[in-house]
Design a protein around this ligand. Sequence first.
Ligand code: NAP
Length: 284
Amino acid sequence: MQAKELRGQSVAENIAEEVKKHVAEMKQKGLQPTLSMIRVGDRIEDMAYERSAQRRMELCGICAQSEVLKSDVTTEQLIRVIKQNNEAKNVNGILLFQPLPAHIDMEAVKEAIDPVKDVDCNNPLSSARMYLDDEEALIPATPGAVMEILKHYDIALEGTNVAVLGRSMIVGKPLAMMLLNQNATVTMCHSKTKNLAKICQEADVIVSCIGKPKFITEEYVTPESVVIDVGINLDKNNKLCGDVDYARVAPVVRAITPVPGGVGSVTTSVLAQNLLKAFHMQNR
Ligand code: NAP
C-alpha cells in the first residue's frame, strides 16, 4: 500500500490565507506590513528563494523589498544596512539570505538584526525565545514548516518518539526543541550516531535533515513510520531529491513528505506568518 503523501501546498495555502485576512484588516487601517530582504551576491539558490518569498508575500498582501549588495561587501557595510533596516519605521521584518561569503563575520551580522524584526530567527536572542517556548518567538522558517505539516495532517506528537537526523543550527537543533516543546520524546542523531537504522525504526516520526541524497532506505522504517524529508539535494542525474529514497520508502510507511513539494513549499508561508507576528509586536 502506498503511504499517505503529506504535500506542502495545502499547508502553505492555509497559512497564507490566514495571514492574508489579517493583512487586509491592517491595510484597512492604513497600515502596510513590509519585509526587507537583503541578498549578498548573486547565488542562484538565494535568487530562487527571493523570488518565491516575493511571490508568497505578494499573495498575502505583504510588501517585499529587496536590497542587493556586492559579494565583496564588508561586515561593517552589511551591518550598516541591517541597522538602517532596524531603524526604518516602514520595515517590519528582515530576511538575510545565507550562507554569506566566507569573509563576513556571521556572528556579528546575526547579532545586528533587531530581534523584533528577526523573521528568520538569526539573532541568538531570537533562538533563546524559541527555546523558551515564548509565544512571541519568531521561529526559523524550515523547522517551522515541519511543525506546520505535522499539525495540518494531525500527526500527534505528545508522548511519541521522534528521531531528528541532523543537528545544524538552522534546522535540526531548533526543530528538536520545537518538538520537545510539543511533548515529543526526541532523539537527536548526527554523523557519529551509532545504530541509526535501529533508532529510526523505533521512532514514530523520522525527520531527516542531513543533506545526503536518498540516504534513508526501507531498512530505516516500519509500516507505522511517518517520514518528514527536509533534505534538498541533487541525485546522480542532477535531479532534485530529498534525504529519503522516496521510491523505496513510500510504499512501506504510513506517511511521507515528497521532495520537491513537501517541507520546502511551506517555508515562505511560515515567513509570512512571522512577518505578521513581528508587525503586530511593533504596532501594539
Ligand atoms: P548541515 O549544516 O550540513 O548539517 C547536516 C547535519 O546532518 C549535521 O548535523 C551532520 O552531523 C548530519 N549528518 C550528516 N551525515 C549524516 C549521517 N550519515 N547520519 C546522521 N547524520 C548525518 O545541513 P543543513 O543546513 O542542516 O541542511 C540539511 C539538509 O536540509 C540539506 O539537504 C539542505 O539543503 C536542506 N534544507 C532544506 C530546507 C527546506 O526549506 N526544505 C531548508 C534548509 C536546509 P554532524 O553534526 O555530526 O556533522
